[in-house]
Each structure stands twice: as C-alpha cells, then as structure tokens.
Design a binder for this molecule. Structure first.
Ligand SMILES: Cc1cc2nc3c(=O)[nH]c(=O)nc-3n(C[C@H](O)[C@H](O)[C@H](O)COP(=O)(O)OP(=O)(O)OC[C@H]3O[C@@H](n4cnc5c(N)ncnc54)[C@H](O)[C@@H]3O)c2cc1C
Ligand SMILES: *[C@@H]1O[C@H](CO)[C@@H](O)[C@H](O)[C@H]1NC(C)=O
Ligand SMILES: *[C@@H]1O[C@H](CO)[C@@H](O)[C@H](O)[C@H]1NC(C)=O
Length: 527
C-alpha cells in the first residue's frame, strides 16, 4: 500500500481520491475549507485567496461533457447547471464512491518538501495546520489539486488609485447588490467580464464593457437549441480541424458572424478564432442591442470620476469599476526546487509532472485551460498519475520530457496571442486522447467498427463524452456503452416539461443502416 496526499477537495481533489482508491492506493486528502466542491461551493462572504463562483453563475459546459467518466449526471438535471446543481453533483459523486471519509477538513497544507531520502524512496514531507496544531507527515506520493483561480491578476491602470468610486475584482463580486442605478465600467471581456456585464446591465443606469482586443462570442445554445460543446467536441470535427485548420477556422468564424456581425458590434478581435480563448455568453449581443451594455476600447487612464479611453473618448460620471482581468496561479507551498511558476508559465510534462525529479511521485492536477470541461480531463490526469505512482506506467527520461514540454510551449506561442491567459491552453479531444493513450484506455475505433459499428459511429461522429474512456483498457466500467448510447436521452429529458404535439417522421431505418455500413467500411480503412 502506498500513501498519497491529495491537497484540495474541489472537483479535482475528489476524483483524485477516487482514482487512488481504484488503484488500491491509500489517499489522505487535506482541505483548508470545511466543504467539498472548491470554487463551486458558493459562499456569501469573500474569502481572500479562495476562488468562488458568483451567485448567478451557470456552468458553461454541458452535463454530458463535464461528468466524471463513470458517473453520468442524472437525466433530470438541466443541460447547463446552475452552480448549486454542480455542487450537488459533486456531493453525489463523493457519496457514491465513499470519498468523504478520506478528507480532513479545516486543514491547510503549509509546505510540501522532498524528504532527505527522496532520491531513493520518493517520499514527501508535508506540513499541515489544523485549527489546534501544526504537524508534519510523510507520504509516498502527492497530488496537488489546489486550483488555479485564486490569485487576482490586477493590472496597473494609470490613475486607478485616483479614481474615487468603488473598484473591485470579479473574484470579489458576488451579486448585483449595491450597483442599482449606477454607471459601471467593466474591464475585460473574458467569461467573468461577460457574465457580470450582462447581469448588471438590467439594473444599473449604464454598463460599459472595455476590451483591449475584442473576442469571439460563442453561445451555450447552438443550432436547434443543442448544447454547443456536444455539437463541437466530436472526433470528426477534431480531425477536420487538424487536417484543414485554415478552412475550418474561417468557416466557423463566418458562422459566428452570421449570428452577430462581430465588426458591427465592435467585438471583432484581431486574432483568429482558435488563437485566443473565446467568450461564452448567450446574452451579450442581446444586451448590446438593447443599449444596456456599451462596448468600449482599452482604458488609457482613470480620472477621479471617470475614464479616458485609448480612442480618445471619455466617461465622466462613473460610479464603479469592476476588473474582470483574470487570475494568476502558483503553488506557494511547494518547495521552489521542485516547481517554480513565473508569469503564469510553468514547465510540467503533460501539464502534470515536474520533469527533473528522480522519482515521479508528484503530479499537479487541473492546471490547464481547455475549451471544454476541466473535470473529465483532471480525472484522466489522476488515472495516469496513480498508475505512474504504482509503477504500472513509466515516464520517459528527463531529456525526452523536456523535449515534449518545449515543443508544446513553441506550438502555443505560434498559435496563441501572447497573454497571461494563454500559457496552459489545451485542446479538449487531443489532450484527453494523449493522456488516455498513456493510461491505455483510448477507445480503439477501428476495432469497434467491426464488433460494434453503432457504438463506433457514436464515438466518432457524436460528442466525445468522458464515458468513451471507460470502454476498454484499465478501469473499465460496465455501464459505459449504455451511458454513451443514451446520452442524447439525458440531454432531452429536462426539456420535456409539457406534452407537445409531434410531427410524424417517416422511419428510414433501412437507409440509415446502409449509410452506417458504408461509413463503417470507410472508417475502417481510414483509421
Ligand atoms: C468564476 C469561475 C467560473 C468558472 N466556470 C467554469 C465553467 O463554467 N466550466 C468549467 O469547466 N470550468 C469553470 N471554471 C474553472 C474551474 O477552475 C474548474 O471548473 C474547477 O472548479 C477547478 O477545480 P479545482 O479542484 O482544480 O480547484 P478549486 O475548485 O479551486 O478547489 C481547490 C481546493 O483546494 C483547496 N486548497 C487550496 N490551497 C490549499 C492548501 N494549501 N491546503 C489545503 N487546501 C487547499 C481550496 O480550499 C479548494 O477547496 C470556473 C472558474 C471560475 C473562477
Ligand atoms: C494555523 O491555523 C491557525 C488557526 O486557524 C492560525 O491562527 C495560524 O495562523 C495558522 N498557522 C500558520 C502557520 O498558518
Ligand atoms: C468557462 O468559464 C471559465 C471561467 O470563466 C473559463 O475558465 C472557461 O474557459 C470557460 N469555458 C469555456 C468553454 O469557455
């Protein structure tokens, strides 16, 4: 038995505990708060250094794409859940797999250091603080699950200290109270900036939304009212995008412009769609067209009562400023010799493993930014890490890992706009597959085409849902196939709230089977 310290009981820490149990390891989780779910546990009070959703936050990834791979979200939950339901799902997960008894609440980890004998036994010395005492304990391995949204990024705008109104970072914004009938300037058009702007625009006198570089706006609700991520995140689309990147990018941009002309709305960014993190917001165009939100350029300077923008325009009667300027991350409690983060840059193999350690008994979980859900990716990271800890999987030698890290950094700076936001960017399907290949649980579609063509079709053309990674390899789940074949039922279930006249559709079963057969044969030769 190997003891594993899990630091943090957010959605990453929970799955870390579960994956340790699955591999027969002994997890001990330390959580400084008195609750699970991390930032999805809403608190009325602002806690410094502790990330938290706003009262109205609705998750931006659909329930089928964000679930843990062996625990689909109940059919009657909405497709995009309010933060209270997200929190409830994490509680259900903890109960289902009996995770709670491994968590030590109100226990803060103060430091994580390699022991003196680390190079032979790979053990860690972990100092913890409970309310009544400090102590040091030794563990065989450690999983760091402390999140990356706690430290506010506060850019230094000229004159901001002169400004007499209220100034707040979105980290400290809970709800609209106090902003009624005010003139509010929001800086930054990321997801938080967009959320705060649309919420406030209904009760304030005026909301101004300042953006330096603009952004592409995606909607949760895609064509036919389907969830965008289920439509977008398919293996087929991923293959198309990697084969014809320019064509697909410009086609998708045109599609987005068809919904709202980004240029006319002054939102159009200089960068292309997949070169910066887009903004997911369903209401913004609506609030702009009704005058509640006015889009502005970057702020050049603040005055005592207003702001001057880079295009020379001014606002003179501002009451409040909200900085939606993002976060910086770090691991202040880990020994500097192990990991150092500079300007949101960190060198980790597969975004997880410090490459220079003699023994690979440490992994960082959830320290990446996908265009998609964090939960299933961090679950996959935990499946990999626990297998590495057990010696079932060996990592390549240090020089090979550095080569991989450097090539990833290079690819990132080729593709993305230079920014604090784009240092840990991953693509959902490719990253999931990359890790799954190391674990040995990537679905073999070529094989499935012959044995289970229906499933193979859904896996290739349907959404790349997490249950796909429980079909084969280590840690399979018996319910996986059924969960995949019924995923659309779980999507439609919460919408069926009223008897509704249906148009008769002619069944085209035979034609469908023929198409399936033809595509299956084609696929077999392609893959
Ligand atoms: C406002 C907001 C909205 C978001 N919306 C979405 C979304 O819609 N979809 C999505 O996929 N992602 C979203 N995210 C991203 C979010 O990071 C992930 O969804 C996910 O919650 C991260 O989980 P985590 O477990 O890594 O970190 P957290 O949830 O932050 O949990 C970390 C835990 O570690 C504990 N901890 C930290 N340091 C210590 C220590 N030294 N000792 C002991 N315990 C410690 C903390 O108390 C906390 O409970 C959002 C983030 C923010 C800030
Ligand atoms: C340990 O926790 C106690 C109580 O929460 C606190 O007063 C003290 O400052 C903490 N010690 C350290 C080193 O953080
Ligand atoms: C969802 O919101 C979070 C927090 O603002 C953000 O980090 C993440 O990238 C968003 N996801 C998508 C798919 O836009």
């Amino acid at each position: 038995m190997k003891s594993v310290a899990v630091i943090g009981a957010g959605c990453c820490g929970l799955t870390a505990i579960k994956c340790c149990l699955d591999e027969g390891l002994e997890p001990v989780c330390f959580e400084r708060g008195n609750y699970i779910s991390g930032l999805w546990h809403y608190t009325e009070d602002v806690e410094e250094g502790q990330a938290c959703v706003m009262k109205s936050t609705v998750i931006n990834t659909s329930k089928e794409m964000m679930c843990y791979s062996d625990f689909p979200i109940p059919a009657d939950f909405p497709i995009y859940m309010h933060n209270q339901q997200v929190d409830r799902y994490f509680h259900m997960y903890a109960d289902k797999f009996g995770l709670r008894k491994y968590i030590n609440f109100n226990t803060e980890v103060l430091s994580v250091k390699p022991t003196k004998t680390f190079n032979s036994d790979g053990q860690w010395e972990i100092a913890i603080n409970t309310s009544d005492k400090e102590e040091t304990r030794v563990f065989d391995a450690v999983l760091i699950c402390t999140g990356h949204h706690a430290e506010k990024n506060l850019p230094n705008f000229p004159g901001l200290n002169k400004f007499k109104g209220n100034v707040k970072h979105t980290h400290d914004y809970k709800d609209y109270h106090g902003y009624e009938d005010k003139n509010v300037l929001i800086i930054g058009i990321g997801n938080s900036g967009g959320d705060v702007a649309t919420e406030l625009s209904r009760i304030t006198s005026q909301v101004y939304l300042s953006t330096r570089s603009g952004s592409w706006i995606l909607n949760r609700v895609a064509e036919k009212g389907l969830p965008w991520d289920m439509v977008q995140s398919t293996r087929f689309n991923t293959k198309l995008l990697t084969t014809f990147p320019n064509m697909i990018t410009s086609r998708t941009e045109k599609k987005l412009d068809k919904k709202i002309d980004h240029e006319k709305y002054c939102l159009k960014p200089k960068h292309h769609l997949f070169s910066a993190h887009p903004t997911l917001n369903d209401e913004l165009p609506n609030r702009i067209i009704s005058g509640g939100v006015i889009v502005k350029a970057n702020v050049a300077e603040f005055t005592e009562t207003g702001a001057i923008f880079e295009d020379g325009t001014t606002i003179d009667n501002l009451d409040a400023v909200i900085l939606a300027t993002g976060y910086s991350f770090g691991f202040p409690f880990i020994d500097k010799s192990v990991i150092e983060v500079k300007a949101n840059k960190v060198d980790l193999y597969k975004y997880m493993f410090p490459p220079d350690l003699q023994k690979h008994t440490m992994a960082i979980i959830g320290c990446f930014q996908p265009l998609g859900a964090i939960m299933p990716l961090s679950e996959m990271q935990c499946r990999l890490a626990t297998r590495v800890f057990k010696g079932l999987k060996t990592l390549p030698e240090s020089s090979k890992m550095w080569k991989d890290i450097k090539s990833k950094h290079a690819a990132m700076s080729m593709r993305y706009k230079q920014s604090l936001r784009h240092t840990i960017q991953v693509d959902y399907v490719p990253y999931m597959d990359e890790l799954a290949e190391m674990v040995g649980c990537k679905p073999k579609i070529g094989k499935l085409v012959l044995t289970d063509p229906k499933l193979a079709m859904e896996i290739f053309f349907g959404p790349c849902t997490p249950c796909q990674y429980r079909l084969m390899g280590p840690g399979p789940w018996k319910g996986a196939r059924n969960a995949i074949m019924t995923q659309w039922e779980r999507v439609y279930k919460p919408l069926q709230t009223r008897p509704c006249a249906k148009t008769e559709r002619k069944s085209s079963g035979a034609i469908y089977m023929l198409i399936v057969a033809v595509i299956a044969v084609l696929l077999y030769f392609i893959l």
